[in-house]
Design a binder for this molecule. Structure first.
Ligand code: DQA
Length: 141
């Protein structure tokens, strides 16, 4: 089983950026833990601050991977292009957020990509990614 985790803009700064909201762990260290816990799954991680690169990555994995876990960062709230990319591929995509976007600024309550996604998980910190993985794989361990 192959799953890609795609992180969008500013998520390369996890562990440094707004720690009160996003925590003090880097995504790389979290990813290593996740990959070793779910060693039976081929997990891949990609991050970009550029909309086009995120779209290219969705296209390149979206026809043969079993799922995509996508935290599009702020693009979530306004990228019709990423929503179209999700609609254009075959793999199910789960929208993920570290913070509970519904408790924050009004503009974060809007998601352009949610209607194109299989489901949405938000507000559980980095654990949101593991919950998305469980949703995609059906593994409840
Ligand atoms: C985020 C929430 C977005 O509103 C924000 O722009 C981010 C991170 C989250 O994971 O909570 O960059 O996607």
């Amino acid at each position: 089983m192959k799953i890609a985790i795609i992180n969008g803009p500013n998520l390369n700064l996890l562990g440094v950026r707004e720690k009160n909201i996003y925590g003090d762990k880097s995504f790389e260290s979290y990813f290593d833990l996740l990959a070793s816990k779910y060693s039976d799954i081929e997990l891949e991680y990609f991050q970009s601050n550029c909309e086009g690169d995120i779209i290219d990555k969705i296209h390149s994995v979206g026809f043969d991977y079993d799922g995509i876990i996508l935290n599009a960062g702020a693009y979530t709230h306004y990228s019709i292009a990423i929503a179209d990319a999700i609609r254009g591929v075959k793999s199910p995509v789960i929208e993920v957020h570290i913070s509970n976007v519904h408790t924050r600024e009004d503009y974060r309550r809007v998601s352009m990509i949610a209607p194109a996604c299989r489901g949405v998980i938000a507000g559980f910190g980095l654990k949101s990614y593991e919950l998305a993985l469980i949703a995609l794989t059906g593994d409840e361990e």
